[in-house]
Design a protein around this ligand. Structure first.
Ligand code: SF4
Length: 398
């Protein structure tokens, strides 16, 4: 999804280099990057990138603000011609002053030393006991704690997706407190992710219970990482002058509609991304469910797409049909989930169900009956609305 993408790889001889992709991007022209070279030795990474930029500078549409992107040039001349030009240019830059030497690599690498890890046992007895005693703790560990390559350590995501606050938002007091957690539990380092959460990357497993308790008090322990309410959301119409529509209040309405952690765990991994305009700061194109704010005669409407994904199996979402009002959109999400619950195989993620059965069944059901704001409906009314899809979603009373 980037102008240039690099993936570290090893070739058949075990040498380290980079697979290089170009021409990706979101915004008004969403495109997934294309491979330009399957292996550039690490020594030549900078000169190869320099040649990509030189080719873009020479042939790109710098005259037009909307077309001044590598992706537009790659699309215009094709990846083969773009590659040919880059390779031709690289004959001049390769082995030049920007070639990385072992000495330079070592000089830079010295700034990235590993923290002072202790030798710890693989698991902690107190954590194991707490896991079996406390469902809340085990939910948190299941969603917010990630494995670490060093035995006895874990990476912990501090959720900034508590229902009722803007996704990714934190107060000054919370930031101070998060910094203290980093000092206390993670070698003083804290990372901000594009998923709009915070990560403590090096936490001792024996500290997990204490960290969980502290994060809970701060409202940063919602066990929803990777779940429905872990929404990526741009500032939208509340803060951004380019917006077509508000996004934060809609994210809040959706989070409130599905504010049931058991339900979210049942739905499993799903990414819902939202942008207030086509600039796509909320990465809606690559959300399993994407919501885009659009302007129709001065009114805010929302276009919904499904099937987008980020990561190694990335894909662009496809719009399911005409857009919805603010009030309708949470119900649309509910209907998409109903179809998923009805159609999924055991342990099948939402995105995999969409890829297997296609958009048709989702689209058909969402538009089957007038979409209404389902807030306040009785169980019977819900059942009528849900017919003919009698799914666990409603039987759970969600
Ligand atoms: S996607 Fe649009 S509305 Fe949202 S922050 Fe970016 S420019 Fe603003």
């Amino acid at each position: 999804m980037h102008d240039i993408g690099l993936a570290a790889v090893k070739n058949a001889q075990g040498e380290v280099g980079f697979r290089v992709l170009v021409g990706g991007g979101l915004g008004r022209t969403p495109i997934i990057g294309t491979e330009i070279c399957d292996f550039v030795p690490w020594q030549h990474a900078i000169t190869y990138l320099e040649s990509i930029v030189r080719v873009y500078n020479e042939y790109g549409r710098r005259d037009n603000i909307y077309k001044a992107r590598i992706k537009i040039l790659v699309k215009a001349i094709g990846i083969d011609e773009f590659r040919r030009r880059v390779e031709a240019d690289w004959q001049f830059t390769k082995d030049g002053p920007c070639t990385i030497t072992v000495e330079e690599l070592n000089r830079v690498a010295a700034f990235f030393t590993a923290p002072d890890y202790e030798q710890l046992p693989e698991s902690d007895a107190a954590v194991a006991a707490q896991l079996s005693e406390s469902r809340a703790f085990s939910n948190w560990v299941q969603r917010n704690v990630k494995p670490h390559k060093v035995p006895g350590y874990a990476a912990v995501v501090l959720s900034l997706k508590k229902t009722g606050i803007a996704p990714g938002d934190a107060t000054a007091a919370q930031m101070d407190a998060a910094a203290e957690l980093a000092e206390r539990f993670s070698f003083g380092e804290l990372r901000v992710t594009h998923m709009q959460n915070l990560v403590l990357a090096d936490v001792k497993e024996s500290d997990l219970i204490a960290l969980w308790q502290a994060a809970r008090e701060l409202g940063m322990a919602t066990p929803n990482i990777g779940l429905l309410t872990d929404i990526i959301c741009c500032p939208g119409g509340d803060f951004c002058s380019l917006a077509n529509a508000r996004s934060i209040p809609l994210a809040k309405a959706i989070a409130e509609r599905f504010d049931n952690i058991d339900f979210q765990h049942d739905i499993g991994e799903i990414e819902l991304n939202m942008s207030g305009c086509m600039n796509a700061c909320g990465h809606h194109h690559v959300g399993n469910i994407g919501i885009l704010g659009v302007d129709k005669d001065g009114e805010e409407w929302y276009q919904v797409s499904i099937g987008g994904a980020q990561g190694n199996d990335s894909s662009l979402g496809r719009v399911i049909g005409p857009s919805f009002t603010f009030a309708q959109t949470p119900e649309v999400i509910a209907r998409l989930l109903q179809v998923y619950v009805r159609e999924r195989f055991a342990d099948e993620r939402f995105i995999d169900t969409v890829r297997r059965i296609g958009h048709g069944p989702f689209k058909e059901y969402v538009y089957a009956a007038p979409v209404i704001d389902a807030e306040g409906l009785t169980g019977e009314e819900y059942a009528l609305l849900a017919a003919p899809y009698d799914t666990p979603l409603y039987s759970q009373g969600v």
